[in-house]
Design a protein around this ligand. Structure first.
Ligand SMILES: NC(=O)c1ccc[n+]([C@@H]2O[C@H](COP(=O)([O-])OP(=O)(O)OC[C@H]3O[C@@H](n4cnc5c(N)ncnc54)[C@H](OP(=O)(O)O)[C@@H]3O)[C@@H](O)[C@H]2O)c1
Length: 258
């Protein structure tokens, strides 16, 4: 039996471009109304207009810096004011960082912690009580395929270890809330062709190895449409061929730097 999501409300962070924009479109294609968030208003408003027009749903753009608690509170408040409730939260906003650890600036640690970890946990905390009261809800966290690598990919240690923490948090939260009707899903994408990876010279030298957002969109569609009594806890959609997969795919590949 297919799940009818028409008229539900979702928050999608980091939705002005890249993976966030693609999955906001996927949610809209299922008839879900959206509050989309990012810092820069111009591209965010453009995305909101484009998605609303294409999928005939309501899309509220909310300029929001996920590193600021007051902005997150404003995002939740404006979403509830417009749509009355929040059924789905897709935590996706994120920044990348590639440094040999001994050269990584201290301020980069703060930026990563506040955006890629604390931003997610705080926003969940801000919506979770309403979901508990509703007895239903779905939370999707954009984690990373790099969390499957052991050891973590070199030059991405702080980024990847925070994603490991986020993945552990998401799983733990599911167990903590599993009798409350709330689904919590971690999506672990491989290296995807977006602005975020535009800077990864080492990998983009062979761009055919990069994924498009298509598999991630399918993963989000799957997570949102499984039967009510099922939770897709983790979905990994990693590259068939990329250096980072060397530790997890059992055929011969070079790990970067080897
Ligand atoms: N691309 C990959 O290969 C890959 C692989 C695994 C996981 N991921 C994860 O997927 C997510 C999306 O990545 P992407 O590749 O789509 O990145 P992207 O193309 O750089 O897009 C990032 C989005 O997040 C927003 N954002 C960044 N910082 C923000 C902040 N402080 N507050 C609010 N919004 C913020 C950006 O808009 P503004 O700049 O206007 O705020 C933009 O909409 C991230 O969590 C990333 O870690 C990506």
């Amino acid at each position: 039996m297919s799940i009818d999501l028409k008229g539900k409300t979702a928050i999608v962070t980091g939705a002005s471009r890249g993976i966030g924009k693609a999955i906001a479109s996927t949610a809209a294609s299922l008839g879900i109304n959206l509050a989309i968030a990012a810092r820069n208003e111009g591209p965010l408003t453009e995305t909101a207009q484009e998605v609303a027009k294409k999928y005939k749903v309501e899309v509220l753009p909310v300029s929001c810096d996920v590193t600021k608690l007051s902005d997150l509170e404003g995002l939740v408040h404006k979403t509830k004011e417009k749509f009355g409730r929040i059924d789905i939260l897709i935590n996706n906003a994120g920044v990348s960082s590639q440094y040999p650890f001994e050269k990584q600036p201290f301020e980069d640690f703060e930026r990563l912690v506040h955006t890629n970890y604390l931003g997610y946990v705080r926003l969940i905390r801000l919506v979770i009580n309403d979901m508990i009261q509703q007895g239903s809800g779905a939370i999707i966290n954009m984690v990373s395929g790099s969390t499957l690598c052991d050891p973590l990919p070199r030059n991405f240690l702080v980024y990847s270890s925070l994603k490991v923490g986020l993945r552990a948090f998401s799983k733990g939260l599911f167990w903590e809330l599993r009798d409350r009707g709330i689904k919590i899903t971690s999506i672990l994408p491989g290296v995807t062709d977006t602005d975020l990876t535009g800077k990864l010279k080492e990998i983009t030298t062979d761009t055919s190895r990069l994924m498009t957002t298509e598999a991630i969109e399918n993963a989000v569609r799957f997570a949102l449409t499984v039967p009510a009594n099922v939770c897709p806890l983790e979905i990994a959609v990693i590259n068939q061929q990329t250096p980072w997969t060397a530790p997890v795919i059992p055929f011969k590949q070079e790990h970067p730097g080897k």
